[in-house]
Design a protein around this ligand. Structure first.
Ligand code: ATP
Ligand code: PRP
Length: 227
């Protein structure tokens, strides 16, 4: 029995199942943590582990402020949050990628040139304004960013925006809405992150947890945790 528990912030939603599978594979307790559970805190005192279930976009906040020592979050969300945390391990699952997309006919009309497309239309709808702004700034292309919270593909279909910046996985949502990718930004997978202060102060406690998750993510057998 350990006195202090390490707190790991877990995302509910699309990354939730893979995160739980990774924990189990790494030898950490996951009993009773069914995806449909409404319980938000799971404590396993014997193993010195506590999990908190967060909205994915809130994981960096819990970790940055020290309410969690560690967290699992998509690189997309992490990049957008700009949180002051350590990014420790690429966990490999949750692959998707950021793209710029436009209605197919607009893209064809613009001769498949982003510069031409943006010459007459500059409104970009996205759930990721920081990532979108950085991309267009780096290209030297001025745009007006419109922040949305979901179903981003709808915006250019009804005249709210000309382009979107969003994540794509299978490409099905773009296809079914007659949108096409016009530029790639960067890929995303789930990451293990740590609170900066906790990482330094609790390093001896965190290290085996980090190593076990890293080994499990890489397909290894994992390292037994000492409790
Ligand atoms: N279509 C997808 N395919 C694969 N991975 C995805 C897909 N969409 C999102 N992801 C990954 O899963 C993470 C969580 O997505 P999810 O849809 O569960 O939550 P969210 O709605 O983005 O978060 P929040 O509820 O906090 O706004 C994303 O940050 C991304 O890393
Ligand atoms: O390429 P695909 O496999 O079709 O996946 C891409 C879709 O997945 C995400 O949306 P999500 O389902 O999270 O809903 P949201 O747009 O409401 O956030 C993303 O925003 C795209 O809409």
């Amino acid at each position: 029995m350990v006195n202090t528990m390490l707190t790991l912030a877990l995302p509910k939603g699309k990354l939730g199942d893979d995160a739980l599978q990774l924990l189990a594979k790494a030898g950490f307790p996951v009993e009773g943590m069914a995806a449909e559970s409404r319980q938000l805190v799971f404590s396993f005192p014997a193993e010195g582990m506590r999990y908190i279930i967060c909205r994915p976009t809130d994981v960096p906040t819990y970790v940055e402020h020290g309410a969690a020592d560690l967290g699992i979050v998509g690189k997309d969300t992490l990049a957008e949050a700009g949180a002051d945390v350590f990014e420790l391990v690429d966990l490999g699952f949750g692959y998707c990628r950021f793209v710029v997309a436009a209605p197919r006919y607009r893209w064809e009309e613009a001769g498949r040139s982003l510069e031409t497309l943006l010459a007459g239309s500059r409104r970009v709808a996205t759930k990721f304004p920081r990532v979108a702004a950085a991309f267009f700034q780096e290209k030297g292309l001025p745009v007006e960013i419109i922040k949305l919270h979901g179903n981003i593909e709808l915006a250019p279909l009804v005249g709210l925006a000309d382009l979107i910046v969003d994540i794509v996985s299978t490409g099905r949502t773009l296809k079914e809405n007659d949108l096409v990718e016009v530029a790639a930004i960067f890929p995303s997978t789930a990451r293990l992150i740590a609170n900066r202060v906790s990482y330094r102060i609790n390093y001896q406690r965190l290290r085996p947890v980090i190593e076990a998750l890293k080994a499990a993510a890489q397909g290894g057998a994992g390292i037994a945790i000492c409790t």
